[in-house]
Design a protein around this ligand. Structure first.
Ligand code: ATP
Ligand code: MG
Length: 411
């Protein structure tokens, strides 16, 4: 992509009312546009990052057998009344013309259970797992954490369906591992802890995945020895005894919840009539689990934890482009020509590259390049024409290497 054609530009200032570091940087770099507090549009660069995260999540969900679907955002009130969740104040509610109350989905246990009830009748129909990656709507009270707390945000929600608890338990383990894989692949593995959090009627705990982050709204207590954490909300002597952890060994830290997995048991299958008959013809409610993760929150968490004073810093796996090719040439001179040629070569080799082909001062280009945070910057200057070598600068470490065209293309 030629930067001269990119419709977004970097900006000197973020919106005056924006308090979060992630949104300030993402807006300044032209990755997102702020519509209102907690409401952001993803622009081309931001969408590339979001899509990379989504791709990783999708691969991991497919690996554990998840089947992708897409449920409606508009939700029928009657269904949610059956589970006593229509009265929650998280809803954005509206009226359908001549058809009554409806709301914008903020999670999808009810509709997926209802849909499953149309297809599941026998033990032979189980187990299965289905997921979607879809926009959720929540009328969040406070929306001051940028894309980490949207009123409209992307969620991956997977639901699993089982004949019994043992089968759910086995799948839950697989899902836990898939979640670990997601966080390590997006570059947050080392700072993300599986965290004991409040459960429900059917399990004592749920498990959150909490990423250490000074802007996070949660407080967790980490046991380094066991490599787990406990959410402050459930930190009691009983929990510590359950987990065999001494209170004095815990380390308190702010964190952001990036994922949450939950054993639902029959919380939804009973009220919504999702059941199956076993081999002896006996009827049982289906046992369920749910597994959520916030791709757009992950974008924010990556910015909060990795950005530096110069701007964004993306890990390669999620970066909008692998290379930022910066030409220091002017008006079709030899430097511009050398940069054009390298851009064509990279594009032909299917390497994702943003090419700063604009006629601007070097200092200005480098400052913008730092703000965008693409992992490697290739600089084409006068020396490149003379020596055939390019300066390759690592955004995260600032390390500079000289590379030939062949070396650049071989990466
Ligand atoms: P929180 O406690 O932060 O409000 P939650 O427990 O209500 O989150 P879940 O219902 O468990 O969230 O949603 C699953 C995942 O969706 C969360 O782990 C998080 O990654 C993401 N998520 C939830 N709310 C938001 C939001 N307002 N903006 C962006 N992502 C969100
Ligand atoms: Mg949660």
């Amino acid at each position: 992509m030629r930067q001269s054609q990119l419709f977004t530009k970097t900006r000197k200032l973020a919106p005056a009312d924006e308090v979060s570091k992630n949104a300030q940087l993402l807006v300044r770099a032209g990755f997102v546009h702020k519509e209102a507090a907690g409401i952001y549009s993803f622009l081309p660069l931001g969408l590339r990052v979001l899509n990379n995260i989504v791709r990783i999540i999708r691969e991991e969900m497919n690996t554990i057998g998840g089947q992708e679907l897409s449920m409606s955002a508009l939700q029928n009130a009657e269904l949610w009344k059956k589970t006593d969740r229509w009265e929650q104040d998280v809803w954005f509610k509206t009226e359908l013309k001549a058809a009554g109350e409806t709301g914008f989905g903020w999670t999808h246990e009810e509709p997926i259970t209802h849909i499953a009830s149309q297809y599941v009748s026998s033990y032979r129909d189980l187990p299965f797992a289905a997921y979607q990656i879809q926009t959720k709507f929540r009328n969040e009270e406070r929306a001051k954490s940028g894309v980490m707390r949207g009123r409209e945000f992307l969620m991956k929600d997977l639901y699993s369906f089982h004949a019994d608890q043992a089968d759910l338990d086995a799948f839950y383990e697989k899902a836990t591992q898939a979640y670990r894989n997601v966080f390590s692949r997006v570059g947050l593995g080392e700072r993300t802890f599986i965290t004991f959090a409040s459960g429900g009627a059917f399990s004592k705990y749920s498990h959150e995945f909490q990423t250490l982050c000074s802007a996070g709204e949660d407080t967790i207590y980490i046991s380094r020895e066991k490599n787990i954490a406990i959410n402050k909300e459930v930190l009691t002597d009983e929990v510590l005894a359950d987990l065999g952890i001494e209170r004095t060994s815990l380390e308190e830290a702010p964190a952001v919840e990036v994922g949450n997995i939950f054993k639902l048991g029959t919380r939804f299958s009973e009220p919504l009539g999702l059941s199956y008959t076993d081999a002896e013809g006996k009827k049982h409610p289906v046992v369920m689990g749910c597994y959520g993760i916030g791709p757009s929150r992950l974008v924010g968490a990556l910015v909060e934890t990795l950005a530096d004073e110069k701007g964004l810093v993306w890990p390669e796996a999620v970066a909008p482009f692998k290379y930022h090719l910066v030409s220091l040439g002017h008006d079709g001179d030899d430097v511009s020509k050398a940069a054009d040629t390298l851009y064509d070569d990279l594009t032909k080799a299917d390497v994702e590259v943003l090419y700063d082909d604009r006629d601007l001062r070097a200092g200005e280009k480098f400052a913008e390049s730092d703000l965008l945070g693409i992992p490697k910057r290739i600089v084409v200057g006068k020396e490149s024409v003379a020596t055939g070598e390019f300066e390759v600068v690592d955004r995260a470490t600032g390390k500079v290497e000289k590379k030939s065209r062949v070396e650049v293309l071989a990466q």
